[in-house]
Design a protein around this ligand. Structure first.
Ligand SMILES: Cc1cc2nc3c(=O)[nH]c(=O)nc-3n(C[C@H](O)[C@H](O)[C@H](O)COP(=O)(O)OP(=O)(O)OC[C@H]3O[C@@H](n4cnc5c(N)ncnc54)[C@H](O)[C@@H]3O)c2cc1C
Length: 441
């Protein structure tokens, strides 16, 4: 495998692919890994297949914020439950994930942002979350090194952060300790059905018989399900990120504002980004899904940079259906590792230095980008596909999946085993986007 732009902790996959399991999980990002961990802890036999490396895609490339503040109210109970799970994760898996309860702050430099965060404070309050606007004295105390000029700051003390490229491989090791089989370099090509229900999967390394499949394929879930004749509404966004050293005088708390975000890392460096500047390379799916995504495009056009580049032709030429004995697009792209746009790190540091002058001395260590998967309502699908018994989807995390990963994996496991769920699963059911795949059919 070629060298990746991110130093994700190496995870050695199992040598052999089991011939049979209760559940096959497709995808070794945080959602697939936490699902496998939960199932293995409950004594269920589970095989996780990852086409590339564990956490090679979004799950190691993200900012590492485990944030409740600012989330969609429907998603908030799962976010709050997940942060509680993060707080116990190191002890649960007996390994370091980098999770610390640091709090998170959002700074407002204009009336629009201020009104937005003040309104969100009320949402948090309704759910018993400790998010609140800080007084001037508290701002000075919690945000040393800032340049002033902000109109208000929303702070949530119970929020935290973890180290993505350490945490997910550590959770995968724990899942294996508990009995999960984890096979890397193993693309799942197709599912098999018998009398309309799941009976197995076909991978590039052979078949696995199973009654239950979880598609946790991140940006690839739409394509995988397309080959089954299912239309999962999902689009891609590219988020560039950088890691810098040499910045002093700031606290451990992640901080965001209209045009920047930073998080102090466990190794003393900072993960930085230009907030609200994701790239949306136009693809044929933008036209296929235009009507569903239009409301989101209209409300968040300021945060998106629509681009026409090679992605359009690549996606157009990519096969959308294949037979199980044919090589698939998943084998052609083992790890999606896009380049950040030119000048990105300079722009991030310029924005940050305006607010926190200490970033003027920052030295660029590394830059990379990750491709996120978004649904039309920016809420994930964590759900059975009711029309294909045994098939489940946990995908479409819309830029929030690292923080809610632990709760998402637990919810997926609860739905499979029939255990009581800790949050209302209807919020995440696929029928809200695709009524035809709902329980009533
Ligand atoms: C730049 C950036 C910043 C972000 N910041 C944050 C943040 O601060 N906080 C937060 O909560 N979230 C954040 N996110 C979002 C978060 O990273 C994702 O929502 C989350 O990692 C999604 O996890 P996943 O397991 O669904 O997908 P992925 O991590 O993408 O994993 C899916 C895996 O499935 C594999 N796969 C796909 N198809 C197949 C197949 N057929 N066979 C075998 N394997 C397959 C892929 O190779 C991949 O490894 C950010 C994302 C990005 C890109």
């Amino acid at each position: 495998m070629t060298t990746l732009s991110i130093p994700v902790t190496p995870f050695r996959g199992d040598a052999d692919l089991p011939a049979q399991a209760d559940v096959v999980v497709i995808g070794g990002g945080i959602v697939g890994v936490t699902t496998a961990l939960e199932l293995a802890e409950r004594g269920i036999s589970v095989v996780l297949c990852e086409k590339g490396v564990i956490a090679g895609e979004q799950s190691s490339r993200n900012w590492g914020w485990t944030r409740q503040m600012g989330r969609d109210e429907r998603e908030l109970p799962l976010c709050m439950h997940s942060v509680e799970m993060w707080s116990q994760m190191n002890a649960r898996i007996g390994r370091e994930t980098g999770w610390r309860r640091t709090g998170i702050c959002y700074l407002s430099y204009n009336q629009r942002d201020l009104r937005g965060w003040q309104a969100w404070e009320q949402i948090g309050r309704r759910h018993g979350l400790d998010a609140r606007m800080l007084s001037a004295a508290e701002i000075a105390d919690k945000l040393p090194g800032q340049n002033g000029g902000m109109l208000g700051v929303l702070h949530t003390a119970s929020d935290g952060r973890a180290e993505p490229w350490i945490a997910v491989p550590a959770m995968a090791e724990a899942a294996r300790d508990k009995g999960a089989a984890i096979v890397t370099g193993c693309a799942v090509r197709a599912v098999e059905t018998s009398a309309g229900r799941i009976s197995g999967v076909v991978t590039e390394r052979g078949a696995v018989r199973c009654q239950t499949v979880v598609v946790a394929g991140g940006i690839w879930s739409r394509l995988f399900l397309c080959n089954m004749g299912l239309d999962f509404p999902q689009l891609k966004l590219i988020g560039p990120v950088a890691c810098v050293d040499g910045v002093e005088g700031l606290t451990d708390m992640p901080v965001g504002a209209g045009d920047f975000a930073y998080r102090k890392r466990l190794d003393g460096g900072f993960t930085v980004a230009v907030r609200n500047k994701n790239l949306a390379p136009l693809t044929p799916d933008h036209f296929r899904l235009l009507t569903e995504f239009l409301p989101t495009f209209l409300t968040s056009w300021r945060e998106l940079s629509l681009r026409v580049n090679g992605s359009f032709v690549q996606d157009l030429l990519r096969r959308r259906s294949w037979q199980p004995d044919q090589t698939t697009p998943f084998e052609a792209v083992r790890v999606m590792d896009p380049a950040p746009y030119p000048g990105f790190a300079r722009q991030a540091l310029r924005n940050l230095t305006r607010a926190f002058p200490g970033f003027a001395k920052a030295k660029l260590r590394r830059e990379w980008a990750g491709v996120m998967d978004a649904t039309p309502d920016a809420i994930p699908v964590i759900s059975p596909v009711h029309t294909v018994p045994g098939l489940h989807v946990a995908s479409g995390f819309s830029g929030h999946g690292f923080g809610i990963g632990p709760g998402a994996g637990q919810l997926m496991a609860d739905l499979i085993t029939g255990d009581p769920t800790r949050v209302d699963p209807k919020v995440f059911d696929i029928s809200r986007l695709r009524p035809a795949y709902g329980a009533q059919h």
